[in-house]
Design a protein around this ligand. Structure first.
Ligand SMILES: [Cu+2]
Length: 683
């Protein structure tokens, strides 16, 4: 009996891993606080419903047959003017945009959900739509890992069947001499030792990325279901070890410190926000929230409620691309430069929020995604919404002048509360939080938190004392014996459609510069503001320089505050420079990283910083195209494109899981209000 149970349990580890992927995707809701958003009349800004996805997919299949692989079905927003004209109670414009694979080619089309009409299917050129997890990625994993040739190569490395796991990576436009990078769907896979480290030896290691089987790469054609090439750089048998410590970190795997006494946040009297369909109101803020398979959480119509109606700040805020290039010319590493959002889908890769991901009192939302045949499915707990106390007051003053004067109320401080809208996407080894943080002082912060497992390359060196260490550590850091975490970048691009008190806005750089003082003035060193009104898209390209600071200001063309200043919001972000030449083969496909900020005139199709399709994409797409016509930006509908991120020089502390690293973009009111908007917080 025991033997039968065990033999049933000892499935090949690979099947367990694939099952785990599927399990994550198909989990159902389990929390009573989970809120569904489908029972309220739709607006132009709500995510597609399951019924809408089904209808749109049916139209594509009726035209092309059931064997299409629908890689993405997203809400296609109406023209902004149409959407803004919509009033509660009216039928909103609703369209689905679909990308799909059919007969070896990539197509895009739109389905009008009100008119029931399908636009012509257009062949996609210059790039390819993102990969379908269930339609392309998982089948590749399944097929490759069962491939006899690969199993024998892994066996030669001492990896038993079921104890290796090879995972697909995108290739950009590399390998053009071996495959048709324009039209074929190509991935390159490399492998990990996932042999069990647990007592019973049943389950694979939890730390799947910890033990790379270095020097084996498989170039694979998804459509043809065929291996193009297997590269084994250590066929001589002298390879860097993979049978090393898995450095497990899961519950029970390592000795933990004494637990800290609970420090908890609670909301004993309920929440201060309301959710009505996609519309969320909190304090003075109002916005619409939707979930997209490519972009994840998207905000629309963000503004402040006033007695005279909504004062707008931004029409739309969403991630527009991610770019994570590694800096190593090794034959198995040079091509690794991922568009995590455009190739894999930040929404598709969202994972359920549990445990410490969000406070226990958060409201969790399920989202609707779809399978490659267009069938919608419910993905549980992909969004959480909560309030918290940031731990410092919104403002404070202690009037020391009157200390000790009887009857005077000299100490004023006001507790701050923030509203956070959160999702987490796990893209392979990395986990990315995307937070939208709303504050009572009028600030809106876009916060990226990077954590997860560093990508490591197996090397011969255990420590820097080893003979080969100097050479092997040129492109990274030894974070564990025989594991080199390779240098790389994380670039995040956000598209922020600014509508500061209306659509007509202006962009200016308010430069802080030393102002020449008259002869004999008591101070020669006075700085002041020189305002540069930016008039064209070309001029708006902004590179930050610590020695030449400037406020990056988006102001209303129509509205001034009480003192006569144009109502404005400022965008603040940390600086990052790509460092490498623009002509680098990976970076020329991600030209958006050349500037910290771009500003364009609103155009409906211009959504993605590196172009509509980033998988196997051509060079110079996206923002370079959008500014090619160099349009006038004065008193126009402006869109800001902000890139943040960091050069990741890994360190021992990143292992085995990297501490949460925060990057923020801040939208800050600048003379938008007449006073501190949080001044009326009650004591
Ligand atoms: Cu990193």
């Amino acid at each position: 009996m025991l033997m039968r149970v065990l033999s049933y349990l000892v499935l090949p580890a690979i099947i367990l891993v694939i099952t785990a992927f599927a399990w994550v995707l198909f989990q159902s809701a389990e929390n009573t606080r989970t809120v569904m958003v489908s029972d309220v009349a739709l607006s132009p800004w709500d995510a597609l419903t399951g019924a809408e996805i089904t209808r749109a997919a049916a139209a594509v299949k009726a035209r092309h047959g059931d064997d299409v692989i629908i890689t993405r079905i997203s809400l296609r927003q109406p023209e902004k003017a149409v959407a803004l004209a919509w009033q509660q109670g009216q039928v909103p414009a609703r369209e689905a945009e679909m990308t799909f694979r059919h007969a070896g080619q990539s197509f895009v089309t739109n389905f009008d959900l009100n008119a029931n009409t399908l636009a012509p299917s257009t062949i996609i050129r210059g790039g390819q739509p993102m990969l379908s997890p269930q339609g392309e990625l998982f089948p590749v994993v399944e097929k490759i890992n069962a491939n006899e040739e690969l199993v024998s190569i892994l066996a030669a490395r001492g990896v038993a069947e079921g104890e290796g796991l090879c995972l697909p990576r995108t290739i950009g436009r590399f390998f053009a001499d071996k495959v048709d990078v324009r039209n074929a769907r190509i991935v390159r896979l490399d492998c990990f030792n996932i042999a069990s480290t647990g007592g019973l030896g049943i389950l694979p290691t939890t730390n799947a990325f910890a033990r790379p089987i270095e020097g084996i790469s498989i170039l694979y054609d998804i459509d043809r279901e065929a291996i193009v090439e297997i590269t084994d750089s250590y066929a001589d048998g002298n390879f860097p070890p993979h049978d090393v410590s898995a450095d497990e970190y899961h519950n029970g795997a390592l000795e933990t410190r004494a637990p800290v006494k609970p420090v908890v946040t609670s909301r004993p009297q309920g929440q201060n926000f309301s959710i009505r369909g996609g519309q969320i109101d909190w304090q003075a803020w109002q916005f619409w929230l939707r979930f997209d398979p490519r972009q994840g959480t998207v905000l629309n119509r963000v503004g402040h409620r006033t007695p005279d109606g909504l004062r707008s700040v931004a029409y739309e805020i969403a991630m527009s691309e991610m770019f994570v290039p590694y800096h190593d010319n090794n034959a198995h590493w040079f091509y690794r430069a991922y568009y995590d959002m455009g190739e894999f889908g930040f929404g598709n890769m969202a994972t359920p929020l549990k445990g410490a991901d969000c406070p226990a009192h958060a409201v969790f939302q399920d989202v609707t995604l779809h399978l490659p045949d267009g069938a919608p499915y419910k993905a549980a707990r992909r969004v959480c919404i909560f309030e918290h106390d940031p731990g410092y007051p919104a403002w404070r003053h202690y009037e020391s002048l009157y200390e000790g004067v009887p009857g005077m109320d000299i100490h004023q401080s006001r507790r701050a509360t923030e509203l956070v809208v959160r999702m987490v996407a796990t893209i392979g080894n990395y986990d990315y939080f995307q937070d939208y943080v709303f504050r009572q002082d009028g600030q809106l912060r876009i916060r990226l938190i990077s954590t997860g497992v560093d990508a490591v390359k197996a090397v011969f060196s255990q420590t820097l004392a080893d003979a080969r260490a100097a050479e092997e550590t040129q492109t990274g850091t030894l974070v564990a014996p025989n594991r080199l975490a390779v240098n790389h970048d994380h670039f995040f691009s956000y598209r922020i459609d600014m509508d500061v008190d209306g659509r007509a806005n202006n962009f200016s750089r308010q430069k802080l510069r030393a102002v020449r003082q008259p002869e004999g003035a008591p101070r020669s060193g006075i700085w002041g503001l020189q305002t540069e009104r930016v008039t064209t898209e070309s001029q708006a390209q902004t590179k930050m320089d610590a020695r030449q600071p400037a406020l990056l200001v988006f102001s209303s063309a129509d509205k001034n505050n009480a003192m006569g200043y144009p109502s404005a919001y400022q965008i603040m972000m940390p600086n990052i420079d790509p460092l490498v030449p623009a002509l680098d083969a990976a970076f020329q496909r991600a030209y958006f990283v050349r500037n910290n900020l771009w500003v364009t005139r609103y155009k409906r199709p211009e959504i993605f910083a590196a172009g509509m399709q980033t998988n196997q994409s051509a060079s110079w797409l996206g923002l370079p195209e959008y500014i090619f016509d160099n349009e006038n930006l004065e008193n126009e509908d402006l869109v800001a494109w902000v890139t943040v991120g960091f050069h990741h020089v890994p360190m021992a502390e990143d292992w085995p899981v990297m501490p949460s690293k925060v990057d923020e973009i801040i939208l800050k009111p600048r003379n938008y209000f007449d006073r501190n908007p949080a001044i009326d917080l009650p004591n």
